[in-house]
Every structure is written in structure tokens, then in C-alpha cells.
Design a protein around this ligand. Structure first.
Ligand code: ADP
Ligand code: GN1
Ligand code: MG
Length: 369
């Protein structure tokens, strides 16, 4: 639970950073990796970089993951240049290879470290503030998908196999309940029941995929709101980050996670559940922004399931938070006891709020189709 401390200065010496190392401070957003902002001095100016320790308990094939990220960022960058974009270095992540020209550095403890250009003059948001933000974020994530529709080469590595396989995720929750490693199951019976009652949700998209009604695509798979950077000055969503899970997936996984993270005004771990709900103006903005970027290539079955995808991904991530709570908080970083349970409860409340409004959500999608 205590934040890890690393010798970031020593890590930094393995990368050709643009200047002399001054200091590094942790960036506490994100549940998975250890991220640092490393500042260097160069001719009186400060140059900043991101140094990140990849969580290799979760990402078992770091070389494969970095291969994906290099291919995807190279392709996006070429696309942006072709589109005549003026600020390519702020609109796509730039990996800085090590001094030995490797995509990551391995330290003496076996940790994998990588470096990125720090994208200046941006902000990320943990909770949505306006429909404009929602529309912009959805347009940016949709544009990211669009850029990758013609990614050349082999199928990308599956950096976490079965990442959004909701059947597997549901079964993992059942297993966590049965094992009850942390002795917590009896105290969260109502929460467990909530997910068990909704088990049939788990197979809906997997069945559509198996019947060939929706296609596999290259998707981001972690489109939570704080994985897009907004320009500090204009407020525009300019760069999609956190590319660790870019791999084969369903477009609906990406849209669903936007609904999960960019429609409720509350934080993911809010304890006052009366603050958690699906706000229709945010949903409408997501649909409009997302279809603006992707309307040209999504098929009718994908469009027809946009509202459903929000419910499904919220259900899925809620089940993952609850399973992690039952296992003793071994996956998602927590900053206080009970945080994963609080996160599971906000997801449950949001699923209910979507259920209450699903018909109206579907009608909104109809209007934009
Ligand atoms: P995690 O996988 O742990 O979520 P992220 O890659 O999302 O890690 O990084 C955590 C946070 O660090 C992001 O939410 C963002 O605020 C910040 N960040 C990451 N990369 C950059 C970058 N290249 N430029 C600016 N900020 C960044
Ligand atoms: C994790 O890395 P981060 O914080 O952006 C998780 C996502 C979850 C999310 C829940 C690799 O995302 O799948 O949806 O937390 N990433 C991984 O907030 O498991
Ligand atoms: Mg992140």
C-alpha cells in the first residue's frame, strides 16, 4: 500500500534524456504502473520526460507490449503527418529508446523501465466536468481507433490475454468468491449477488463476435477518461495515452469504458453513492463525438450496442474490483483500506443508473446513427 520508491535518477541515466537530470516526482494517477515526471536542465531551460516502471506482474510480455506500442505510435504519427497536423509530438506518445537503442531498460531488480516525451501544457481529468469534455474525449479515442484501422503487419500481441473477456472476468469473480482468500466474502454478500444476478450480460458481445456480427479490431481497451490528455489552454482532447493494452479487441469495449468513466460526475471511488449516476447529456456528447470519428467504419450491430456496451464494461470493471477486494487487493493499487470495495460499489450504482435509462440511451444512439 505504501507507494514504492525507486532510484529514478539511476534509471534516467540509461536513457538519452535531453539535459542533465534534476529531479523526479511520482505521478499518482493510474492503478497499474509506477509513473514519474523526470525533469532535466538544458541551457537554462527545463525539459521534462515520463519514466515509467511497467507492472510486470500484470504485463507478462513486456517486449511484446513495447513492440505493439512502437508499431502503433509510429503508425499514428505517420497518419498525423499525412493529415497535416501541426503538433504531432503532442498528439501521439513518443517512446524514447535507451542509450543502447532498446525500448526499455531492465534494472538490477528485474524491473522494466521505459521513457516517453512528457506532453506539456496538458491536463487529465479523473471525473467528467462538461459535455464538451466528453465529446472531445470520445472524438479522440474514436480517432485513435480510426487511425489503426489500417495498421500494417501481424496481429498485435495480446498483452493481457482475455482482457475484456467478460465470461472469463465473471468466472474469475466466482472463483474469488469460492476461494475467499481474504475472508471477506460473507461481508459483501449483497455485492456478490448483484453481479451473479446479471451473469447473462457476460456473453452478449462474445456471442455477437462468435457469430461474426461484430468484428475484431485494433482497440485501446483502457479508454478511461484520465487516459486522454486535454490541452490546458484550448481544453481540446489532444493525446490518447496508456497504450499498454492496445491490442485486438472490440470497438464496443472502448466506447463502453468511456460511458463508465465519462458520464458520472463522481470519482471512481466515491463513497456517497447518491453522487453516482449516468448523466444523459454526457452520454449524448460521447455518442456524437465517437460517431463523428468512427461512424464511417463501425457496422450496424456495433452502433446498435453502444448503450449496452456502457452497462457491460461498468459491470465488468465492477466485477474486477470486487474480485480484487475478495483476493486481498492484489491487482489494483489502493491508497486506503476498502478502496476496491468502494470502487466496486460505484460501478454497481452506475450499472443500475444505466439500466434505468437504457431505453432513452438507445433512442439517443438512433438519432445519431
Ligand atoms: P497507468 O497504466 O498506471 O494508468 P498511465 O500511462 O496512464 O499509467 O500514466 C499515469 C498518468 O501519468 C496519466 O494519467 C497522466 O496523467 C500521466 N502521463 C503519462 N504519460 C504522460 C505523458 N507522456 N505526458 C504527460 N502526462 C503523462
Ligand atoms: C486500470 O491503468 P489504468 O489505471 O488506466 C486497468 C483498467 C481498469 C481501470 C479501472 C491494465 O487502468 O483495465 O478499467 O484500472 N488497467 C489494467 O480504473 O488492468
Ligand atoms: Mg492510465
Amino acid at each position: 500500500m505504501t507507494p514504492p520508491t525507486h532510484d529514478v535518477k539511476s534509471v534516467a541515466s540509461h536513457f538519452p534524456l535531453l539535459g542533465d537530470f534534476l529531479n523526479a516526482s511520482p505521478i499518482s494517477r493510474g492503478h497499474i504502473n509506477d509513473t514519474y515526471l523526470a525533469t532535466c536542465a538544458q541551457g537554462g531551460a527545463r525539459v521534462r520526460h515520463v519514466l515509467q516502471r511497467v507492472n510486470h506482474d500484470i504485463f507478462k510480455n513486456v517486449p511484446g507490449m513495447m513492440d505493439n506500442i512502437e508499431r502503433v505510435t509510429r503508425h499514428s504519427s505517420a497518419r498525423l503527418h499525412a493529415e497535416g497536423c501541426g503538433e504531432v509530438s503532442r498528439r501521439v506518445l513518443t517512446v524514447i529508446p535507451t542509450r543502447g537503442n532498446q525500448p526499455f531498460h531492465r534494472d538490477d531488480s528485474g524491473n522494466f523501465w521505459r521513457a516517453f516525451v512528457f506532453i506539456e501544457n496538458t491536463r487529465s481529468h479523473d471525473a467528467i466536468e462538461s459535455p464538451r469534455q466528453a465529446r472531445d474525449a470520445a472524438r479522440a479515442f474514436g480517432h485513435f481507433q480510426k487511425q489503426l484501422t489500417d495498421l500494417p503487419g501481424e496481429r498485435l500481441h495480446e498483452t493481457i490475454p482475455g482482457f475484456h473477456n467478460t465470461r472469463h472476468r465473471f468466472d474469475a469473480l466466482q472463483k474469488a468468491v469460492a476461494e475467499d482468500r481474504a475472508g471477506r466474502a460473507a461481508s459483501v454478500r449483497a455485492e456478490i449477488d448483484f453481479f451473479q444476478r446479471r451473469e447473462p450480460l457476460a456473453d452478449v458481445l462474445l456471442d455477437l463476435l462468435a457469430r461474426g456480427e461484430i468484428p475484431e479490431r485494433v482497440t485501446h481497451n483502457d479508454t478511461k477518461l484520465n487516459n486522454v490528455l486535454f490541452d490546458e489552454t484550448s481544453g481540446e482532447a489532444i493525446c490518447v495515452i496508456d497504450l499498454d493494452t492496445v491490442m485486438p479487441g472490440l470497438a464496443l469495449y472502448d466506447f463502453g469504458d468511456m460511458v463508465r468513466t465519462a458520464t458520472s460526475p463522481a470519482l471512481e471511488d466515491e463513497r456517497d453513492l447518491s453522487k453516482v449516476w449516468m448523466q444523459m447529456p454526457m452520454f449524448e456528447a460521447l455518442v456524437s463525438g465517437y460517431l463523428e470519428s468512427t461512424g464511417g467504419f463501425l457496422n450496424e450491430a456495433e452502433k446498435a450496442h453502444l448503450a449496452f456496451s456502457g452497462k457491460l464494461i461498468t459491470f465488468e470493471i465492477g466485477a474486477r474490483f470486487l474480485a480484487d477486494y475478495l483476493q486481498g487487493d492484489v491487482y489494483f493499487k489502493i491508497h486506503r483500506p476498502g478502496q476496491n470495495l468502494d470502487r466496486a460499489r460505484t460501478q454497481m450504482r452506475l450499472v443500475e443508473s444505466i439500466e434505468e435509462q437504457e431505453e432513452a440511451m438507445r433512442k439517443i444512439v438512433e438519432r445519431y446513427r
